[in-house]
Design a protein around this ligand. Sequence first.
Ligand code: C2E
Ligand code: MG
Ligand code: MG
Length: 641
Amino acid sequence: MDHHNKSRQEVLDVQFSTRYRLCKIQAFIGLVFLLVFSWVSYLNQSFALAVILLGCAIICAVIVYVLYKTTRIELAVNLLNINLFILPLTLLVTGGHENTGILWIYPTLAVTLFVNRFWPAVTLYGSFIFLSSLLLFTPMSELLLTSYTIHESIRFEVTLFLLSLICLAVLHSKERADQMILQLHDEDIRKLAYYDALTGLPNRRNFKKNLSRLLRRAENEGGSVGLLYIDLDNFKQVNDKYGHEVGDKLLCDFSEKLKEAIRPTDMIINEKFDELARLGGDEFVVILNELHSPINSGAVAERILNMFVDGFETFDRTHSVFASIGIATFPDDASSPDELLHSADLAMYEAKRNGRNRYEFYTKDIAQLMREQRRIEEALKTALAHNLLSLVYMPVFDCRSLAVTGIEVLLRCPDLMVDNIGPEQFIPIAEKSGLIKDIDLWVIENSFKSLLLLQSSQEFSGKMCINISGLELQNELFPSKVKTLLEKYHIAPSSIEFEITETAFVLNDIKGISTLEKISALGISLALDDFGTGFTAFGQLNSYPVNCLKIDRTFVADLFSEHVAKKKMVKIINNLADLYELRSVAEGVESLEQLEYLQGIGCDWVQGFHLCRPLAFNDLVNFLVQEKKEENFTVTDPLLT
Ligand code: C2E
Ligand code: MG
Ligand code: MG
């Protein structure tokens, strides 16, 4: 509302300054003219006229002064009006030089058009016509210092009357136009305040108003209202990759389709689409009024999802954009508009969590889950701030010799471990909340410190394998921060490997590839973690500067399963690594049988509970000491080989 008043004021200000300037110009020109004519009249010995003209000139001077010193425009206009009234009257009474005075009356009166508003001008013209008629056609004509013929008088009055009509008509239409501008402006502002500029759909504020109204009605009539919260999946990627123009077009196309999708239902939709809104970004809502059963909202959600069956087409190109939809119903799931929106939002997150491109009804479990996520986020924040995070170390072995060739660092949050919450659960939450950037740097820095200790005390020469979040691919500052840490601890980059989960890779992700290249240029090797679960990197291994494929542990677990396709995955990925000359690492080796199979197919490195569990730092040191003893033993005792 504030913004509205402000802009309206701006329009009024423009109108004011135009009027102000005109008034100033008129007063100034009037001043010059009146002084000149006063002087001329004096020379012509018309002393009375000369004095009156001089008086008017002085009034003009006062007006100019008032306008320069103050902004009191109405005072100036009133003074000008007095002047513009006295002057013609004087000209009429005195007749001016050889009765030509009345000819000056027309322009003098006409200029009042520009500074006056309509009704004051009517008064001004009206009273002048009335007074001049009295002077010309009644016995008051004795007051005149000159005489006019009846012809002259009639011609003067008729001309004056017509001139007034024209002036007033012009003034009136100008005033109407001004009003229209203000009105249009108000309309624009209203649109801006209540409608989304891009899609034309109601905005968040409008939506809240509509929702409150509908909920009140539902409450009175005992009805129910459903709310669909829609969030587009992968929209950000489209924006990043193809630019905002394409992103904007996609949002517009979607909102048009959304209107279509909800039209065939039994709800009453008006052309303002009060039941729809864009809440911002790629978030939309649909209000389902007069709902009979929650199944109906499911049907609408289904229709919306159908728009995305093969991705979403915009500008003749199909984008892998989908929708996640959360559904909540009033009064079952919420008792207020805000609560209803929140519940639908939570259900939408559940839809995202369950794999996206789907819809989910709000349940009490979801609320519980969200509370849990908030708790985890808080715990992580505290742990990070007070240095309460910890690391465990999982040795990675050469598949043939079973010598330790690397160590994977795994993050733990002791506060959460009490409830059995590990990184698989808390890392996604850290990613969603943005904490992950600090967490990744914390892990990297502490891994470097551990590596230095291992190198100096154990002569450890293998790689330190550090997991980093896929989000770092989009973080332009990440490579330089890593470089700073490498320099700070004097770490040889070749002793470091970063593991990034394959699911973080998006097709043709130029920014991501550039980040990887920068890391690779530092001399750090890269592993694609959980390989085979995402299928995104399968066809594009050429474009990534990677050195290693880590076969996901689910595939290793399936090595001897009945399911033939699953069984073959390990071998397929191993062959793929061979083809691209990459190192293959199998994780999750839990039995001798699995290990022997991996040795058989020529896998490079292995890790898993069968060989060693993740260890605290001191246990790792003991483990390495033990390993080395056994190694020496094997080498020095020929009888045993
Ligand atoms: P990942 O990188 O694939 O890590 C391997 C996970 O598999 C670890 O679980 C490890 O304990 C487990 N694992 C290894 N061998 C076996 C086995 O033989 N049997 C079984 N059952 N499990 C095995 P963890 O520590 O829970 O880590 C889970 C995931 O969390 C990691 O998967 C990684 O994606 C992420 N993560 C762990 N630490 C960090 C970190 O410091 N930063 C980031 N960004 N992510 C991390
Ligand atoms: Mg890993
Ligand atoms: Mg993995």
